[in-house]
Design a binder for this molecule. Structure first.
Ligand code: HEC
Length: 128
């Protein structure tokens, strides 16, 4: 009986942070629904990001490399709205924040390719 009385408050104490965490995470996902990578990929194509940045975000003559570049989501959104250089701006009306977040998630998921990933170069290097 005494034991049960002692145990109850302890398990309650353990439950409180868990409950708070659930509320915090739940609140977060309400504000920012989980980004949709597949949708981001579609939007990356539909909005023509690929024309300058490449399908794999590898960059080109006309656009910066995006794959493997760590930009915070907020900075990414800000940049696309107000680019500093020759990139055209995408306004909220054309590309809403929710879609831009999906694009961000997609760009984030792209692997950073380097010269080490070029098979032929590796063959030559390993042949020595
Ligand atoms: C007409 C070519 C063009 C198109 C289309 C384009 N960009 Fe860009 N983007 C650029 C260029 C060029 C830069 C390099 C900086 C500059 O000149 O603005 C850049 C830079 C960026 C950067 C900053 C990269 C960094 O590391 O600072 C982000 C983020 C970006 N683009 C995202 C996008 C997204 C998302 C789209 C599609 C919605 C898009 N861009 C469409 C040309 C383009």
């Amino acid at each position: 009986m005494v034991n049960a009385l002692v145990r109850t408050p302890r398990s309650l104490v353990a439950l409180v942070p868990a409950a708070l965490l659930t509320i915090a995470l739940g609140g977060c996902s309400l504000k920012h629904p989980t980004p949709d990578l597949e949708n981001g990929k579609k939007l990356f194509v539909r909005n023509g990001c690929w024309e300058c940045h490449g399908y794999a975000g590898q960059g080109s003559r006309d656009g910066a490399k995006l794959a493997g570049e760590v930009l915070y989501e907020q900075a990414f959104l800000r940049y696309v709205r107000k680019p500093a250089g020759s990139m055209p701006a995408f306004v909220e009306k054309i590309l809403p924040d929710s879609e831009l977040r999906d694009i961000y998630a997609y760009v984030k998921s792209l692997p950073a390719k380097s010269l080490k990933d070029v098979p032929l170069l590796n063959q030559i290097k390993n042949a020595k």
